[in-house]
Structure formats: C-alpha cells, structure tokens
Design a binder for this molecule. Structure first.
Ligand SMILES: Cc1cc2nc3c(=O)[nH]c(=O)nc-3n(C[C@H](O)[C@H](O)[C@H](O)COP(=O)(O)OP(=O)(O)OC[C@H]3O[C@@H](n4cnc5c(N)ncnc54)[C@H](O)[C@@H]3O)c2cc1C
Length: 459
C-alpha cells in the first residue's frame, strides 16, 4: 500500500499492535504521552498519533509494517537531539528506540556494538571501561544513531576520523520490514549512504564501531572576555593552521556559567572560550596549547590531563533538554579578518544569554577519508560554524529567530556547504548543500531503493 493512501487504523488494530510489540505503545490519551512526544528542541511541538517505544528488532519491523499499511508518516527517534525535530511527526507513528540501549564491547578485537537508542554517555562509559573510545559527540545525551548517520564530529575526529568513518557494520530494518546488514562487502551502497547520508533510509537498530586506545587526554578550555574575541579568534586560527591531528578544538561564544571555576565577576558575562582535546602524550598537548594558554592570560584555564569520559560530559550543562533552539550553520571558506569581524559583531547582538556560537576546527583525519569513501561531504572544510540560537520563552521566539537569520545572512557569502546534522527544520534547501552533486544523486538513488515510498520523515 503506497504511503499516500491513508487507511485510518481502528481501535482494535491499534490494540492488536500494542499486543504484538514487546515494548510500549503510547496513544495521545495515555499517561506518558506528553513526555514521550517531546524532543530536545523545545520549539518542536508535534502530536503523533502513536508512539511505539520499541525494545527489539521485531518491534521495529512490526511498527514499520503497521505504519506503512495505514499510510502513516513514520519518524524514527534515536536520542531526540535533531534540532529539526525529525524524530517526531504530527499524526503519524514515532518509532522510539530509546529502550534499545544494549552495548557490547570487545576489548580484544577493539570493537563496540550498540543498539540504536544508545546515547553517547552510555557508549563512552562502556568503551572507556576498557581504555577505548570512538569519536563521539560533545554532549553525552545526544543519540549515537542520528549523530553517526549524519557523520559525527567530536574531539577525536582529527586523529581517528568522523564517528561514521569508524563504523564497521550497521543493522537496519527496511521500509518493508526486512532486516538488512550493511558493511563494506555487504550492501556496499547502503553502507556508503548510512555513513554521512543522514537517517532517511530505514530504522538502524544496531551500529558496530572500531575503537581506539584513548584514556587520559589533555583537555579543557580557556575563557577570555568577549571584548578580546577578535584577537583570540586570530590566534585560534593560527593554532588551527599548525595543529597536529591529535588536537581538536572549538571556539565558542557563550555566557560564562556561574560555576565555581569561573571568577564571580565573570558570571553571566559574554566570553569566548577555546575548548579542546589532545589525544596523545600529555606533554605534547600542553606544548600545542601553550601559546593559547599564555595569551592574556585567560580569565579561566581548565586545561590539564583528564579522563576522556569526563571531557565527554563537561559541556552538558550548556545544552539542557527542552531549550528552544533555532540553528543556522555552514562550513566557512576561511577565517580572515572580515569573517572574524562579522562573527564577533553579530554574536555581540545575540538577544539571549543561552545562545552559543561555535566554530569547529575540522581537517586532520576527517579530510583524508581514513576509512574510504562515505557519503559525508565537504571533507576539505577547515571550519564549521554553528549559530546555535537558544532561549527559554516562546515570547522570545521571534527576536531570536530574527537574530539567527540576520547573522546567517551576513556570514552566508563566506560559507560553502552544510553539515546535515546541524540543519534546522526550515533548512530543506540546504540539505542539497551538505553533499557534492554526485553524492547527492547517488544518495537519492539509494533512497529510492530502500525507501521507495518515502515513508521515513526527513527534512
Ligand atoms: C545539544 C546538541 C549537541 C550536539 N553535538 C553534536 C556533536 O558534538 N557532534 C555532531 O556531529 N553532532 C552534534 N549534534 C547534532 C546531532 O548529531 C544531531 O542532532 C543528531 O541527529 C542527533 O542524533 P539523535 O539520535 O539524538 O537525534 P534524533 O532527533 O533522534 O534523530 C535525528 C535524525 O536521525 C534519524 N535517526 C535517529 N535515530 C535513527 C535510527 N536509529 N535509525 C534511522 N534514523 C535515525 C531521525 O529520524 C532524525 O531524522 C548535537 C545536537 C545537539 C542538539
């Protein structure tokens, strides 16, 4: 039955679906519906007809078959962090994988196998117990699935590649309810697409990763008052130009938190922070960051040796669940005085103290396709800018969205390409910019094979 043909499920059919799955089926009138429909971005306010909180592969297949038979839009939810909100849909079926959170680590073979509902905090803790890690996201509550399928940038990427570069195998339930395994010599087209092409080919129930020895890293951040931002960014650019692959940094504009490690006079003040991680010999990390740490000196210097797993939750407080968010992002062609001036002046006008602006240092192993070709685009980019508008009250929506858009218009001519995982709900046009033209054509052809009726939600 084509997805465009609606065949409203009867109460009896819904009850039967509830009995066939081992997990929980939630209807709008059920307790827990309000919590279950919410995602990280508080701007997303959608009302699915059904939420299937699945616990195994069979549940996923049964739910997909049901949704398809009734012509319902289907949204697959991993960690619910997608800012565009594609993990939830209006009047359709949400397949929520958060109950599928099993993780197995093979410390000898240096691999990890994790179900589609796992979050980075869980995977990092499990792998770090063996002194191992895979490139993961910067916030521990982000889902591994959405992040991996779109590429995956994080502190280890310049040394070990993107998260998706370290995927060895994926298990996916297809639009017609079959289980498929994709790896380099099985379904190679799908394997290529699922590493960077985003979550629109099926429901990925398990991902297997190659791990690397990572234990203590030299990491932390320095913080300067925002008045010095232009000089700090110019220095950071030089640091990026010369950085070894072991070092990955992010320049962040934010308000200083009222934390014990921040001088009281700085609490709530606009600051620019350089956050970083050096994976390797600690002395080499200290050396690579020495000029930055001497510059000024900074108001706050938290760099030092720390367990990688501790770094992986260090920034969590800045990304609370339910914050209202509107993002614009793109790769920067360069970071000269003009771009720095635009970024600094636009950031200074941000209406909300919860807004952050991030400049991710790219390059290193990311630019070298360490695991062979994948769908991920723009590997040659040096910087990824993310204007992460964030605020608390709906009454502030208009002002914050307008500010983000104005910033984006000002910097857009200096950008080239987009990162699919940072796209917002009104960025459908930018999806094309996430990939080179041949890759986009190939992705669309692969999607036509695996989801010919377009039942899975996408931008
Ligand atoms: C606070 C915050 C921090 C972030 N930090 C980083 C970072 O450090 N590095 C980085 O690269 N990105 C980061 N991101 C972006 C992140 O990669 C994307 O938001 C990603 O989509 C999140 O995955 P998720 O599973 O949590 O999201 P969801 O909202 O659940 O899903 C996002 C998309 O992926 C699809 N999807 C999810 N799970 C599956 C699955 N199992 N099978 C098929 N499709 C699926 C969904 O249908 C949806 O289209 C961050 C986002 C936020 C909000």
């Amino acid at each position: 039955m084509p997805s465009s043909t609606k065949l409203e499920p009867s109460n009896r059919e819904i009850a039967s679906l509830g009995q066939r799955i081992h997990g929980r089926l939630i209807r709008p009138t059920d307790t827990g519906y309000a919590d279950a429909r919410h995602v990280w971005n508080g701007m997303i306010d959608r009302y699915p007809a059904l939420i299937a909180q699945v616990v195994d592969q069979n549940d996923v297949a049964v739910a997909i078959e049901f949704g398809r038979r009734h012509g319902m839009p289907i949204a697959v939810r991993g960690g619910g962090h997608g800012v565009a909100g594609n993990a939830v849909c209006d009047s359709g079926l949400v397949i929520d994988l958060s109950g599928m959170a099993a993780i197995e680590v093979d410390p000898v073979g240096r691999t990890a196998s994790a179900e589609g509902g796992v979050k980075w905090g869980g995977l990092d803790a499990a792998t770090q117990a063996h002194g191992l890690a895979v490139t993961g996201g910067l916030i521990s509550t982000t889902g591994i699935a959405g992040l991996t399928l779109g590429g995956g940038i994080g502190w280890l990427m310049r040394k070990f590649g993107l998260t998706s570069d370290n995927v060895v195998r994926l298990h996916m339930v297809t639009a017609d309810g079959r289980l498929v395994v994709a790896e380099s010599d099985r379904e190679p087209d799908l394997f290529w697409a699922l590493r960077g092409g985003g979550g629109r080919f099926g429901a990925v129930t398990r991902i297997e990763y190659r791990l690397h020895p990572v234990d203590t890293v030299f990491a932390g951040m320095v913080m300067y008052r925002a008045e010095r931002a232009a000089d700090v960014l110019a220095l950071w650019k030089r640091l990026c130009d010369d950085a070894p692959d072991e070092l990955t940094t992010v320049a962040s504009f934010l308000r200083a938190p009222p934390a014990p490690f921040v001088p009281e006079s700085l609490h709530g003040q606009p600051v620019v922070a350089i956050v970083g991680c050096h994976v390797g010999v600690a002395a080499a990390g200290a050396e690579a960051l020495s000029e930055l740490r001497r510059f000024g000196p900074p108001e706050v210097d938290l760099f030092g040796p720390m367990p990688y797993v501790a770094l992986q939750s260090m920034l969590d407080a800045g990304a609370p669940f339910g914050i209202r968010a509107y993002w614009k992002s793109g790769y920067l062609r360069g970071l000269g005085p003009k771009e720095i001036e635009t970024i600094v002046s636009q950031t200074a006008a941000a209406p909300s103290p919860f807004t952050q602006v991030h400049l991710h240092q790219m390059g290193g192993a990311v630019s070298r396709e360490v695991a062979g070709p994948t769908a991920f685009g723009h590997r040659d980019a040096a910087y990824l800018l993310n204007i992460a508008g964030g605020w608390a009250e709906a009454s502030d929506d208009a002002a914050n969205i307008a500010w983000t858009r104005a910033f984006w218009s000002a910097i857009r001519p200096a950008t080239d390409g987009a990162y699919v995982n940072f796209l917002g709900g009104d960025d459908a046009r930018l999806l094309r910019e996430a990939y080179e033209p041949e890759a986009l054509t190939r992705l669309e052809a692969i999607r036509a094979v695996w989801d010919p009726e377009g039942i899975f939600s996408t931008l």
